[in-house]
Design a binder for this molecule. Structure first.
Ligand code: NAD
Ligand code: UDP
Length: 339
């Protein structure tokens, strides 16, 4: 039996991808140290799929633990979500970020090579485009980083490129996610941030559910239609589907490709707040606050390469995104903690 291993499989995007893979008939291993997640997400994935996955508690920096998995199971491909992802924290704790993200990826690749598993889908990010000069952003746009988190993604992209240059029989897809939001339509799994959310959608949801007083909108003087920042929000279920397409692509292709996963449409912060209120019939009090340092005005994808190469495009609408985010938040006001 062949398995797809998900590092970070219990996390927000990993759990939705695990569900999509199980539903498509794949055998799935989740390898996660639960530093930002819990097994509850995986239990719910199993309930929703009506089938089990293999849950392994381990750290990608632990070569012996990884080797044990590859020894026990025949792994055909790895989808590599595991890593730390909070920009502010990365500025305060750069060594943790380089250790978990960069050193962890190097260890993973070393073990994969040892067991001759050479198909890898990597969670990259639109953050590698830095402050892009033009939108929509194509994969060929220049890359840069302004914080250790972004730098770690950029470094990994370079490392994986060098690996393919040296060993062309690897097949690697760098999926550059734009802004993942939403949740499975069951409301059973979703994003469960620790502490005060950094990202817009979980913050809006927590205001709507009464856990926070009001949203601060970081700046209304950007050169955008309504002055607030514009991003390419993508439903996490669409994102998960993109990983299946990437795995299928790697069945017959070697080499390395960077591919944007975005919708190609930008929405402003105010667009998101208004859609959330309208669709869910809830109040989202907000105030205008100063710009957040490091933020850019506008960022959205040129999504054509994903369509041409993978046959993938986002299907979900803005209304789906805000409805599904709210269903998860309202059904699980404290995330997975009480399950
Ligand atoms: P998440 O924190 O929910 O999931 C990451 C998972 O990795 C968690 O379950 C965590 O416990 C696990 N993990 C962390 N370090 C580990 C280690 N050393 N060993 C084993 N497991 C470890 O985050 P997410 O939103 O699901 O993001 C998944 C990936 O996508 C990350 O690499 C992230 O950088 C990337 N990404 C996320 C976004 C986003 O906005 N959510 C955007 C672009 C890229
Ligand atoms: N944003 C905001 N208030 C918040 C969180 C985010 O106004 O509490 C804005 C932010 O300035 C940006 C957009 O929402 O314009 C998306 O921010 P997020 O942190 O979700 O994603 P990223 O900055 O990584 O694109």
């Amino acid at each position: 039996m062949q398995y797809v291993m998900l590092t970070g499989g219990a996390g927000y995007i990993g759990s939705h991808t695990a569900l999509a893979l199980l539903r498509a008939g794949y055998q799935v291993i989740s390898f996660d140290n639960y530093s930002n997640s819990s097994t509850a997400a995986l239990q719910r994935v199993e309930q929703l799929a009506g089938t089990d996955l293999i849950r392994i508690s381990g750290d990608i920096r632990d070569e012996a633990a990884l080797s044990a998995v590859f020894r026990q199971y025949q792994v055909s491909a790895v989808v590599h979500f595991a890593g730390l992802k909070a920009v502010g924290e990365s500025v305060a704790m750069p060594l943790s970020y380089y250790d978990n993200n960069v050193a962890g990826t190097v260890t993973l690749c070393r073990v994969m090579r040892e067991f001759n598993v050479k198909k890898l889908v990597f969670s990259s990010s639109a953050t590698v485009y830095g402050d892009a000069k033009t939108v929509p952003i194509a994969e060929t746009a220049p890359r840069s980083a302004t914080n250790p988190y972004g730098q770690s993604k950029l470094m990994i992209e370079h490392i994986l490129q060098d690996l393919v240059n040296a060993e062309p029989d690897w097949g690697i897809t760098l999926l550059r996610y734009f802004n993942p939001v939403g949740a499975d339509s069951s409301g059973q799994i979703g994003e469960d941030p620790n502490g005060i959310p950094n990202n817009l959608m979980p913050f809006i949801s927590q205001v709507a559910v009464g856990k926070r007083d009001k949203l601060s909108i970081f700046g209304n003087d950007y050169p955008t239609p309504d002055g607030t920042g514009v991003r390419d929000y993508i439903h996490v279920v669409d994102l998960a589907a993109g990983h299946l397409k990437a795995l299928q692509y790697l069945e017959t292709n070697q080499g390395i490709e960077a591919i944007n996963l975005g919708t190609g449409t930008g929405y402003s912060v105010l667009d998101m707040v208004k859609a959330f209120s309208r669709v869910n019939n809830v109040e989202v009090p907000y105030q205008i606050a100063p710009r957040r340092p490091g933020d850019i005005a506008s960022c959205y994808a040129m999504p054509d390469k994903a369509r041409k190469l993978l046959g993938w495009q986002a299907e979900k609408t803005l209304d789906d995104m805000v409805r599904d985010s709210w269903r998860w938040q309202s059904q699980n006001p404290d995330g997975y903690t009480n399950s």
